[in-house]
Design a protein around this ligand. Structure first.
Ligand code: CAA
Length: 262
């Protein structure tokens, strides 16, 4: 990594990058600097061939991120907060569109902008102590980073409205039942369990994973006919890779494939 980060940390090990929001005393509240550094690190990792899968988490045991930084937003004018929300949106958009898989490992509070950041990732694994919600209504505001949009798409509009209108906080079990998280694991095993999934994914062909992500993300906002056509294009493009030859050959030879990312 060329850039020096201090509101986040990043380490890469065996193809898996662990990016951590590093403001534990403020429960990893998301200020402009965090959003800027997250945007930057994802930009760098896009070009870094050593990175195949990213895990995004929060430093400490209490929070993934307890929301946008209220102290920073407190004095903002309409124009200033709009800029803040646009910058947050750019970073979340970069994470969502990041071509390789991104898993959020939610270690504690994921509230407001924290929940929204987790939703910009491809998947979420939560510890039993994780808590989710969009409590902005208690501050006299509404979510501004996807809480009325990505949340509704993930868990359905009725449940999303319940969380946004009431500010209610739900635990990890409920979040799992509602489809906001994929799996709930004990707090001490969160990174280990997330790494296990990341390792399984990192073992696949990267260009093929990227085609799968493109089919999901680009198809999601299209009507079904156009989305299915897009999936056909992505599927067909897999046949332009050497890895699909290897995958099919390995199947017929009854052995594990050895993908080369080509
Ligand atoms: N912004 C700034 N600072 C925050 C913060 C936030 N979102 N959340 C927590 N902190 C700070 C606290 O001010 C406190 O700092 P001090 O020690 O300097 O006082 C420190 O983190 C620890 O927090 P608490 O003492 O409050 O810890 P707790 O265990 O008693 O409560 C909590 C935990 C329930 C998460 C509580 O901190 C809380 O309610 N936080 C705010 C949650 C929230 O409203 N998030 C939405 C923000 S708005 C948003 O995100 C808008 C958007 O969509 C773009």
């Amino acid at each position: 990594m060329k850039y020096e980060y201090n509101a986040i940390t990043c380490s890469v090990n065996e193809g898996i990058a662990l990016v951590s929001i590093n403001r534990p005393k403020a429960l990893n509240a998301l200020n402009s600097k965090v959003f800027m550094e997250l945007g930057k690190v994802f930009e760098e990792m896009e070009k870094d061939d050593h990175v195949r899968v990213v895990i995004l988490t929060g430093e400490g045991e209490k929070a993934f991120a307890a929301g946008a930084d209220i102290t920073e937003m407190q004095q903002c004018s309409v124009l200033e907060v709009r800029e803040f929300a646009m910058a947050a949106n750019r970073t979340q958009g970069r994470i969502e569109a990041f071509p390789k898989p991104v898993i959020a490992a939610v270690n504690g509070f994921a509230l407001g902008g924290g929940c929204e950041l987790a939703m910009a990732c491809d998947m979420r694994i939560a510890s039993t102590s994780a808590k989710f919600g969009q409590p902005e209504i208690n501050l006299g505001i509404i979510p501004g980073g996807g809480g009325t949009q990505r949340l509704a798409r993930l868990i359905g509009i009725g449940r999303a409205k319940e969380l946004v209108y009431s500010g209610r906080i739900i635990d990890a079990e409920c979040a799992c039942e509602w489809g906001l998280v994929n799996k709930v694991v004990p707090p001490g095993k969160l990174v280990e369990e997330t790494r296990k999934l990341a390792t399984i994914i990192a073992d696949k062909s990267l260009p093929v994973l990227m085609l799968a992500k493109e089919a999901f993300n680009c198809g999601f906002n299209l009507d079904l006919d156009r989305a299915l056509q897009l999936e056909i294009e992505c599927f067909a493009n897999c046949f332009g890779t050497e890895d699909h030859n290897e995958g099919m050959l390995a199947f017929t030879e009854k052995r594990k494939p050895s993908f080369k990312d080509k």
